[in-house]
Design a protein around this ligand. Structure first.
Ligand code: AMP
Length: 295
């Protein structure tokens, strides 16, 4: 496994790989480090489908708001390298902020529409930061495939839209959410949780699972808003849960769903604070075919 810190060294390595085998398939997994099994699943998917697997670790300041956790974002370089090795990663790109942004950037990539709701509304500027850094990374690596987790389903929608609109020559591969055994979606931020917050945070996956069963059992009679309300009530049953949003939208366009359309994918997405820690989770469901009016 090779570890590189400079863009130029990475470009040279990639060039050498492409020169040695023009048909080489390069898989890319961008992360902010503090890796867990969710990240490992993306690396494993890339390992299966590609000849060369490149992981980037970069905590991108552009995507953090002024009162967010940029300064205290968890880091563990040694463990990250161990996970990268275990998953058969070939190259780790680990740049400093000064390498990625030697001067303040004057170009930002901004995706409209799919960024209007959910984290786009709660974290102004967040997706501009994500779209900009992902564009830079895709330009630097020029992978054949790039792997993203559905844990950040809105991010997947934003990046797919951006790749489509800007004709970026890469295939985006969305990968399923990896959860702890008890259901909590894996996240680097889970380490911030106290024992009690961690226990109560289980309400997120439980509420989403309940919504899925409810939709299955009562699809003839339950409206989208009623379904959303059951998720809200379930989450409110945890005293430490402070809801940022609970939304039911179409996926991937992320538009409001007032009544069930036909054969549409919907997302129930939640963002909830437990103390100072903001967690997100979601579930993608198939909307019932039966059409219900407003209620
Ligand atoms: P991050 O380091 O949090 O920016 O995440 C890097 C990539 O890993 C993103 O594509 C995330 O969606 C993905 N990821 C993070 N957590 C999970 C998870 N629990 N399951 C699947 N993918 C994940």
């Amino acid at each position: 496994m090779q570890i590189v810190h400079q863009i130029e060294s990475l470009r040279q390595l990639i060039k050498a790989n492409r020169a040695a085998n023009p048909a080489v398939r390069i898989g890319f997994v961008p992360t902010m480090g503090f890796l867990h099994r969710g990240h490992a699943s993306l690396l494993e998917a890339a390992r299966k489908e590609c000849d060369v697997v490149i992981l980037s670790i970069f905590v991108n300041p552009l995507q953090f708001g002024p009162n967010e956790d940029l300064e205290r974002y968890p880091r563990d370089e040694e463990r990250d390298m161990a996970i990268a090795r275990e998953t058969g990663t070939d190259i780790v790109f680990f740049p400093q902020v000064s390498e990625m942004y030697p001067k303040p950037t004057r170009t930002m990539v901004s995706v409209s529409g799919v960024t209007e709701r959910l984290c786009g509304a709660s974290r102004p500027g967040h997706f501009d930061g994500v779209a900009t850094v992902v564009t830079k990374l895709l330009n630097i690596v020029q992978p054949d495939k790039a792997y993203f987790g559905m844990k950040d389903a809105q991010q997947v929608a934003v990046i797919e839209q951006m790749v489509y609109d800007l004709n970026i020559p890469v295939t985006i591969v969305p990968c399923p959410i990896v959860r702890e055994e008890d259901g909590l979606a894996m996240s680097s931020r889970n380490v911030y949780l106290s024992e009690e917050e961690r226990r109560q945070a289980l309400v997120l996956s439980a509420a989403l699972e309940e919504a899925e069963s409810l939709l299955e059992a009562r699809k003839e009679t339950i409206s989208p808003e009623q379904l959303r309300q059951t998720v809200v009530r379930h989450i409110q049953s945890a005293p430490l849960a402070d809801i940022d949003y609970v939304e039911l939208l179409s996926y991937p366009d992320l538009a409001p769903v007032d009544f069930w359309g036909s054969d549409e994918r919907i997302i129930i997405a939640v963002a909830v604070r437990f103390g100072a820690t903001r967690l997100i989770d979601n579930r993608i469901l198939h909307a019932p075919v039966a059409s219900l009016s407003h209620s």
